[in-house]
Design a protein around this ligand. Structure first.
Ligand SMILES: Nc1ncnc2c1ncn2[C@@H]1O[C@H](COP(=O)(O)OP(=O)(O)OP(=O)(O)O)[C@@H](O)[C@H]1O
Ligand SMILES: [Mg+2]
Length: 387
């Protein structure tokens, strides 16, 4: 095998060996091996032949970064399961993608991932591959699917979704061939491939009748993760990272945990969901509401705010009232101390008078006044019992 790590200038013999290897992989149509060889060669040539290394890196970047070069190929329709006639892959529009509200650290990691993809030519010229695979793990409703769509939008690539939970049953008994066909399609077309509900594979491993088949599927995925082409991004999303095969977990270039929203994120999600109505609310009101919604995920907060705004628009009910009703509904048996916490939050963070707060929480002014003067009220942390 060619030793391109040598400090001496690359000899004609070495270049000849490399050329033969490249031609062999090229003729065999093995694009991933070809890319890997070119990448290693770029790294090794960097010191002695910087111009050649740079030209090689640019060539790699042309095909890895410029999706349109490859988009011309692989324009065939996505594969469908032969029996069920189901489309195994869904191509989703991303023009309308919205940026999820993320904790600062998470946002930073995603921005870095996007930057490394955007600057892939710089990396390739040095012989390093940009990140190709990303594992998003986190609790349900924290915005993982939304984030995958946003990433596709930012990269200017189509989003191709393979929902493993629903598709896996059609794979079983078919030696993972359907999975391979789907993945082949995604590899041939520059895209962001989202493997949603990724843990479905791990979960099903408990079932003894399916062990052999699932092992094959896991092996297919391991191979895919190692060989994923430069021009596409594979994003896997899971609620149960602890169930994943450790070998799979290790193979991802980047792993990001999408967290439950903190106070600042909850406020932003509420603010965004209220749209133009946000400015009509008393100052600090959404801060108070956000505090009442600790432990909620982004999806729950967004859904709550949307339904509140709909009620306000359709029924003409006061928006603050609608919000408090919705919060009270989440905490169905509102105890005295919870009324007190809510009243106190409203008092501390809004301009509402005691009378207005009493109206909002549905109690008498004297009851609210009493609660406000009481000391040591506990924080609301009870979760909605009938989500
Ligand atoms: N961080 C967030 N910022 C803004 N909106 C959010 C966020 N998280 C969730 N949402 C809202 O909730 C909806 C559903 O979120 P999404 O499906 O992306 O969550 P998920 O993490 O993929 O959930 P699951 O694990 O159940 O698949 C989003 O379309 C969005 O409206
Ligand atoms: Mg999801």
């Amino acid at each position: 095998m060619l030793n391109l790590n040598s400090k001496t200038a690359v000899s004609t013999k070495q270049l000849g060996t490399l050329l033969l290897k490249l031609v062999e992989e090229g003729l065999a149509g093995n694009k991933q091996r070809l890319e890997l060889l070119a990448l290693n060669a770029t790294r090794s040539l960097r010191a002695d032949s910087p111009d050649l290394a740079s030209a090689l890196g640019s060539l790699l970047a042309k095909f890895a970064g410029n999706a349109s070069v490859l988009r011309l190929r692989g324009a065939s329709p996505p594969p469908a399961d032969a029996d069920a006639g189901l489309a195994l892959l869904r191509i989703q529009p991303v023009d309308d993608a919205k940026e999820p509200v993320l904790a600062h650290g998470v946002q930073h990691r995603i921005e870095r991932f996007l930057m490394e993809r955007a600057e892939c030519e710089k990396l390739l010229k040095e012989g390093f591959a940009p990140p190709r695979t990303l594992l998003l793990k986190g609790m349900p409703g924290t915005g993982k699917t939304m984030l995958a769509k946003w990433i596709a939008h930012k990269l200017g690539l189509p989003l191709v979704v393979l929902d493993l939970a629903t598709a896996i049953s059609s794979f079983l008994g078919k030696t993972g061939s359907n999975l391979r066909r789907s993945l082949d399609y995604a590899r041939a077309t520059p895209c962001v491939l989202l493997l949603d509900e990724f843990d479905a594979i791990a979960k099903r491993r408990d079932d003894a009748t399916e062990v052999g088949e699932l092992k094959r599927i896991v092996n297919v995925l391991l191979k895919e993760l190692e060989d994923w082409p430069l021009h596409s991004v594979l994003v896997a999303a899971t609620n149960h990272p602890e169930l994943l095969d450790p070998a799979i977990h290790r193979r991802f270039d980047v792993v990001v945990e999408v967290l439950l929203p903190g106070q600042a994120e909850r406020e932003s999600i509420l603010d965004r969901a209220c749209g133009r109505f946000a400015v009509t609310l008393p100052h600090g009101f959404l801060v108070a509401i956000a505090r009442c919604l600790d432990e909620c995920n982004g999806s729950e907060i967004d859904t709550l705010a949307q339904s509140v705004v709909r009620r306000h628009v359709i029924e003409g009910e006061d928006l603050t009232r609608c919000f408090v009703d919705a919060v009270v509904f989440r905490l169905p048996r509102l105890r005295k101390e919870e009324v007190a916490v809510l009243s106190r939050m409203l008092k501390e963070t809004t301009d509402l008078t005691v009378r207005e707060i009493a109206q909002v929480v549905g109690k008498s002014s004297s009851a609210v006044q009493y609660q406000l003067t009481k000391k040591n009220t506990k924080r609301i942390s009870r979760r909605k019992s009938h989500a």
